[in-house]
Design a binder for this molecule. Structure first.
Ligand code: BGC
Length: 375
C-alpha cells in the first residue's frame, strides 16, 4: 500500500465538481465541505504539488489544479454572501453581536448552499485558515496578480475577521460557542497577515497586534501555557496551530514550549494518538490520528525529526486495509462510556477523513524539506 498515492486519490476523488471537498464521504454529517478542512487539504496539495514525482492520473499539476479549484469555490461562497458579511461588519462596528443569519457557515453543500440549521456553524477559525492557505498557494504557484474574484473574497473575509475577532464563536471542534478560543485567534491572526501579503493595500497590523496583546493578557493559564479558551485552565491539542501553521508564536517560544509540554503530558500517550482535550466525549474521546500528525508537523518544524517520524509511523499504522485514515481511533478513550452512543447516533468513526490524509501529505513533505535543509 502506497499511503501517499492513496491519500492523494482519496482527496481528489472526493472533490466535488464545484471545487469543495467532502470532509468524509462515508459519514452523512460529514458529507459537506468545510472552510477549515478544505484549507488544510488545499495546503497539503499545494506542498505535494511541489514534488514533481507525484502524479495522479498522469497529470503533474493535479494537486495545484485541485487546490486552485477549492480556493475558487470558497471565493464564490464568500462572494455570494457579501450582503450578510457587510451587515455583520456593520453590526460589529456598532458594538452589536452578529445576527446568526449573517455569519459565514462552517460547512456547505457541494453546490455552495448552507447545510441544515442544526449545526454549530459560527466558527471564525476556518475563514482565517482559508486566507492563510490561499497565501501559501499563491506563493508556491506564483499566482500574481490574484484573480479578481479571489481578491474580492480575500478582502471581504479579512474585513469580516478584523471586525469580529473578539466575538465568541464555536472552536475548530465546533464546541463551546460562548467562549473566545486562543486557537481561533491564532487562525485569525494568520489570516489577516496573509491578506496583507496577498493584497498589500490591506493593512491589519494594528488588529494583529491587538490580538497578540489580548492573548498575552487574557489567553494564558496560571502555568503560563496558552489556554484552550479565555478563562480556562486547560489546554487543547488544537493549540499546536497557534505556532504551526498560524505563527502567532514561534514554535520554540517558551509559551509554546510550555503549551506543547502540557499537551504531551495530558493528551498524548507515547505510541498512541493525541486526544483533543480532557473533557472530550465525542466517540468516547479517542486518540486522533489527525492530531498525531499535527504534533508531528510541529516537531518537523522544530527539527525534532525523530519524534515526528515516530508519530508519522504510528499514524501510518492506523490505516485500514485500503489505506484509509480515520479521524480518531478508539480505544484508547478518555470517556469510554460515550463511545457506543455516538456509534448509535452517527455510525462508525469518520474514515477516510480527507483532512487526516492532508495532514499526512503535509508531514511527509515538511519532513522532506527539513531533511533537505530547506526550512
Ligand atoms: C471536527 C471538525 C471538522 C469536522 C469535519 C468535526 O467533528 O470537530 O474539526 O471540521 O468534524 O471534519
Amino acid at each position: 500500500m502506497n499511503l501517499h498515492k492513496h491519500s492523494l486519490q482519496v482527496i481528489l476523488d472526493n472533490q466535488q465538481p464545484g471545487g469543495g471537498y467532502l470532509a468524509c464521504p462515508t459519514m452523512p454529517d460529514y458529507q459537506y465541505s468545510w472552510f477549515r478542512d478544505g484549507a488544510y487539504i488545499a495546503y497539503g496539495l499545494t506542498l505535494d504539488g511541489q514534488d514533481l514525482g507525484a502524479q495522479y492520473n498522469g497529470s503533474m499539476a493535479a494537486q495545484w489544479d485541485s487546490a486552485g479549484r477549492f480556493h475558487s469555490w470558497c471565493a464564490g461562497v464568500i462572494h455570494a454572501r457579501e450582503a450578510q458579511i457587510e451587515r455583520s461588519i456593520a453590526r460589529a462596528a456598532r458594538g452589536e453581536a452578529p445576527d446568526v443569519r449573517d455569519v459565514l457557515n462552517a460547512r456547505y453543500r457541494a453546490d455552495g448552499s448552507e447545510g441544515p440549521d442544526d449545526w454549530p456553524e459560527f466558527q471564525l477559525d476556518g475563514v482565517g485558515t482559508w486566507l492563510w492557505s490561499v497565501r501559501e498557494y499563491a506563493r508556491a504557484v506564483r499566482v500574481t496578480p490574484l484573480p479578481a474574484a479571489w481578491a474580492q473574497a480575500v478582502e471581504l473575509a479579512a474585513r469580516y475577521l478584523a471586525a469580529l475577532w473578539r466575538t465568541p464563536c464555536y472552536d475548530c471542534w465546533e464546541e463551546r460557542g460562548s467562549d473566545i478560543h486562543i486557537s481561533t485567534l491564532g487562525a485569525i491572526y494568520a489570516g489577516l497577515g496573509a491578506a496583507h501579503e496577498l493584497l498589500p493595500e490591506l493593512d491589519f497590523e494594528a488588529t494583529r497586534q491587538a490580538i497578540k496583546a489580548y492573548v498575552l493578557d487574557c489567553g494564558l493559564t496560571p502555568g503560563g501555557e496558552l489556554a484552550k479558551s479565555v478563562g480556562l485552565d486547560m489546554v487543547d491539542a488544537n493549540l499546536i496551530s497557534a505556532a504551526v501553521p498560524h505563527g502567532l508564536f514561534a514554535p520554540d517560544d517558551p509559551i509554546m514550549r510550555r503549551t506543547i509540554a502540557r499537551i504531551e503530558r495530558e493528551l498524548h500517550a507515547p505510541g498512541s494518538g493525541v486526544h483533543r482535550h480532557l473533557e472530550d466525549t465525542y466517540y468516547g474521546g479517542g486518540a486522533w490520528v489527525l492530531l498525531a500528525l499535527w504534533l508531528a508537523w510541529y516537531y518537523a518544524e522544530t527539527g525534532e525529526t525523530d519524534l515526528a517520524r515516530d508519530l508519522l509511523a504510528w499514524a501510518e499504522s492506523q490505516a485500514d486495509a485500503e489505506g484509509n485514515l480515520p479521524e480518531q481511533v478508539f480505544p484508547p478513550g478518555l470517556e469510554p462510556a460515550h463511545y457506543e452512543p455516538w456509534i448509535q447516533r452517527r455510525g462508525p468513526i469518520a474514515c477516510p477523513l480527507l483532512w487526516t490524509h492532508a495532514k499526512y501529505l503535509i508531514v511527509r513533505r515538511r519532513l522532506a524539506h527539513v531533511a533537505a535543509g530547506d526550512r
